[in-house]
Design a protein around this ligand. Sequence first.
Ligand code: UDP
Ligand code: MG
Length: 330
Amino acid sequence: MIDSVDKGVGKCAYPDRISVVIPCYNEQECLREVCARVACACAACTEDYEIIFVNDGSSDATWPLIKELCESNPHVIGINLSRNHGHQLALTAGLDFCRGGRVLIIDADLQDPPELLGDMMKLMDEGAEVVYGKRTSRRSESFFKRTTAYGFYRVLNYLSDVEIPTDTGDFRLMSRKALDALNSMPETYRYIRGMVAWLGFKQVPIKYSRMERVAGKSKYPLLSMLRFAANAVTSFSIRPLRLAVYLGLVTALFLLVAIAYVIVSYFEYQTVQGWSSLMVVVLFLSAVQLFSIGIIGEYLGRMFIEQKRRPLFIVSEIVANAKLEMDGKS
Ligand code: UDP
Ligand code: MG
C-alpha cells in the first residue's frame, strides 16, 4: 500500500537519514538498476535512508515503475510532476521535499557511480558541507560532447563572478546546512551546480571517471545542451551585457584614427565630396550608440541581479561564549 507523505516535508525531520534525489525523464530502462545500486550503496552506510524519484513528466512507463518500486521497497518515495519541467526543476522539487540530514544528488542513468557514497560520507565527516563529483575522464561520451563540455566549463568560469568548479555535474552530497541555504534561493532559472558554488562553505571534490549510460538515450540533445549552457552563462554573468561598452570603446578608438586619416586625406589627396564628414558622423554615432546600449546594459544587469532575490549572505556558524548565553553577562 502506498501512502501520501507529509511528515517534515522540506525540513530536516530525520537528521541521521541520507536522502537520495533522482530526477527521471523517460528512464524506464534504468529505474530498477539505479534503485538497486543506490539502495545497496546507502545500506552500506546506514539503515535510515530514502530514495526519492522525481518523475519529470515522462511519457513512458517511468511513473508506474516508480510506484511499483515504492510498493516493494519502503525506502522509496515517488514524486510525480504535473508535466516536464526540465532536469534542474525536477531536481529542485526533490531537494525541496527531502527530509534527511544529508542529500545525495544523482542521475537515473548511473553515469555517476552511487558506490562513491561511502567515500563522500567520510569526506563530509571530516568537515565538508558539499562533496562534489569531479570527472577525470569522460571516455564513454562522444568526442563532441567532451570537447564542448571542456570548453563550456572554462568559458563559464571566465565569465562568471563565482568560481564554479570545472568538469562537475550535479552529482554531489550536500549537508542539510548547505541544502537549506540552496533551498532559500528563490530564483526561477536555476543552474544548480553554479548556485551551490555560490553558497560558499567547505566544498571538496571527489574524483571519478564518468561511465556510459546503463540504458536509454541522453535527454540532453544538442539544442537542450545549448539552452542549458546559455542559461548558465546568463544566470551567472552580466558580462555579455558589458560587451556594448567594450565595443563602444573600440569604435571610439577607430574614430580617432579615422579622424586623423580623414584630415590627412582632405588636405593631401583628392577625396569624394562628403566622404570625410560621412565617415566621422557614422563612426561617432556608432560609438555613442554602443556606449549608450552598454550603459543601459549595466542598469539592466543590476536589475537582473536584484530580481533574483537571493539571500544577501549565508552564515556558516555563529559562536558565542556559553556564559553570555546562560546569564546574559560576559
Ligand atoms: N532529466 C529530467 N528532465 C529532463 C531531462 C532530463 O529529469 O527534462 C533527468 C534524466 O532522467 C537524468 C538526468 O536528468 O536522470 C540527466 O539527464 P541525461 O543523463 O539525459 O543528461 P546527460 O548525462 O546526457 O547530460
Ligand atoms: Mg546522463
